[in-house]
Ligand binder design. Structure first.
Ligand code: NI
Length: 254
């Protein structure tokens, strides 16, 4: 966090999921964009603990308290801020290069193992814990990765064998609510992912540079997406959800 003047006092305001206790009805907030906190925050007592927050690239805000304390110091930058939904940030596509390809393919290859490590030793109760307030539980995350990557596998196969096939989006949130998410042990999805990624990786590893330029069509905007773009996206997706689990474990010292 960076702030641009030296006023002291509260140096950030948290409007968040957890334990926020403002304790002052007349507090008002200027144009603070949303900041998410993950621990206790008590403005009355002006104390805060570890916080995570995010905002648009730069936000200036004034916060007034009826007791006269005036603070005008929030110039937040994205650097160093962690939105709990995006522990590794959002996906950014990259230009094609052999090194990048190797890295992304390796991520695809290793996902089943990394995921297994991420959930190793978790109890049933821990598996039922959402990675953030309002987020998916660990077990849903595991099943979701399987759901998503089954779709991904099909998208690549279509893209490699047809001219600009239209891919089929799916309602991932609805899939995550289907009963099998509760009744099937995560080990089943871990095995599914192991088998799936073996074939997926074996499909992708040998394809030519030219084939990475093949495209599929997303039906919503008619947007063309290259297999290269998708490779990066699913490599990101692999790490993204594993990080949800590992950061939850870190946060809770599991
Ligand atoms: Ni996902």
């Amino acid at each position: 966090m960076v702030h641009d003047n030296s006023n002291i006092g509260v140096n950030l305001l948290i409007i968040g999921d957890n334990n926020l206790n403002i304790g002052n009805d007349n507090l008002y907030i200027g144009d603070v964009l949303l900041i998410i906190g993950n621990t206790n925050f008590n403005i009355g007592g002006i104390k805060h603990k570890k916080v995570c927050f995010y905002s648009n690239p730069a936000v200036s805000a004034s916060i007034s308290f009826t007791f006269g304390l005036f603070i005008n110091l929030l110039t937040l930058k994205n650097e160093g801020m962690i939105d709990p939904r995006y522990p590794i940030g959002k996906y950014e596509s990259k230009d094609f290069s052999a090194e990048q390809k190797e890295e992304w393919l390796k991520t695809i290859k290793e996902l089943p193992e990394k995921l297994k490590e991420a959930v190793a030793g978790l109890s049933e109760a821990q598996l039922q814990t959402p990675y953030r307030e309002g987020g998916w539980m660990v077990r849903q995350l595991v099943h979701h990765i399987a759901d998503s990557h089954v779709n991904a596998y099909i998208r690549f196969k279509l893209g490699l064998t047809e001219e600009n096939p239209t891919i089929k989006p799916y309602e991932e949130k609805e899939w995550a609510l289907l009963v099998d998410n509760d009744t099937v042990p995560i080990t089943v999805s871990l095995s599914l992912l192991e088998a799936l990624h073996t074939r997926w990786f074996a499909t992708l590893a040998p394809i030519t540079d030219e084939q990475w330029n093949r495209t599929v069509v997303h039906p919503e905007h008619g947007r063309l997406m290259s297999l290269w773009f998708l490779l990066g996206m699913y490599a990101w997706h692999s790490k993204h959800h594993v990080a949800h689990i590992t950061s939850l474990r870190e946060k809770n010292n599991w």
